[in-house]
Ligand binder design. Sequence first.
Ligand code: AMP
Ligand code: ZN
Length: 495
Amino acid sequence: MSSIRLYNTLTNKNDELKPINPPEVKMYTCGPTVYHYAHIGNLRSYIMEDILEKFLNYAGYRVNRVMNITDVGHLTSDADTGEDKMLKGAKREKKSVMEIAKYYEDAFFDDCSKLNIKKPDTVEPATDCIPDFINVIDALEKKHYAYRAGGNVYFDTSKLKTYYQLSNQDEEELKDAVREDVTVDSNKKNKTDFVLWFTKSKFDNQELKWDSPWGTGYPGWHIECSCIGMKHLGETLDIHCGGVDNIFPHHTNEIAQSEAYVGHKWCNHWFHVAHLNVDSGKMSKSADNFLTVSLLEEKGYNPLAYRYFCLQSHYRKPLVFSFENLDNAARSYEKLLKRLSVLIKDVEAKTGEPYKVKEIEEPEKSATCKFDEVYKEFREKFNDALGNDLNTAAAFTVLYDVLKADICSNAKLIIVNDFDKVFSLNLIDEAMKIGDDSTVTIDADLEGYILSKIEERKQAKKAKDFAKADAIRDELKEKGIELKDTREGTTYTLV
Ligand code: AMP
Ligand code: ZN
């Protein structure tokens, strides 16, 4: 197993991943709140978490992954105010909460499957775990970490010296961020206290309710992730994932209640994905500025082009979505498939048989190919890129280096197929779908375009308009076409 360094929100640095019980990695993921379709921002987080899981498996670990489905308790404000999001969805569609939950959970997994996001080993809806929540809340109360006020049960954050350990933010700023909430909920002893169990005060319209030692009510949002994680993965997690908006208060509160309950450190590594943004800011379900996978499909995009788009940037950098950016990614994805289809046809021409995907164990060795050597070298580079805080863009550079390498087409395809166990872009299957005709026409178009640009640049140079000449070279480079000036003239490579 190679060494893997990942940024850890808890320590604020790239830490080497050290699972408690290797090769197993216990990984928990906050699941969707199923009151609406997942938007492509949510799905950016799930794509990157999927890459992490697949890379860990590729590197020799065995990931055991658990995800909750939030079907109760998540209020419109993460700080326990507003109405239950599920109820909001049910009212919007004049259906019951459980109908809404089922519909949007199924829709979520349909979207995941279109994006090749693997379903976690265990998926559990919050409403199936009410007795587990009650047990933990009861224990927290017995340990004096919880108090009752106004009919609700609250977690007392002042009991923990390390409450802000995850946020790495200025404590005063965070206090300001939740100050507003205090004026709304006068039951709280401290601004940052949060609800473990709701009863009367916020209960009027709640559709789903359960008996508990504190009266009929429903759980808070944060408790569900702690309990579902502990139920399936035990008292310590190796990795916990989510989007950055979950750092505070959700994950901060998960740590507070879990560590109060187990009495020791709960999760070693916190993995957070930065947001997908649009012009108007963060893409969010509540802001109604969101795009879905179905909408991308209606517009003619292959969902995997969106996956490709996400993989071109680092998961910790905010990513701006625009159709122009998606078009560029879709074109590069298409171009990559075309290059692979040429390799497939080359192998087919040599073997006289339809191409069959070959696994790494069965390369067709030939003296010119040096398969074992090159594979080892490329695999190391690929592992280094992803093992360095999951640098997917750098891992793609390795894939493109494979395509440029001086090895046979068959070897290239085997390595690409191997890398695709992590990328999950169906590279070989999609490339095999590309027919002869389309390859020839598109390639001819591309060739014609590049040659006309080379000519335009030549003329610009002749006219001593070097700025224009450089601009043409940069423009092509951005499109993945690299020019090289040689004594014989200008040549190009697709990178
Ligand atoms: P939710 O369904 O709102 O509970 O969110 C599901 C997941 O999507 C959580 O991990 C969020 O942190 C994440 N998320 C929400 N908005 C975005 C966004 N615009 N970009 C990336 N991830 C997001
Ligand atoms: Zn969660």
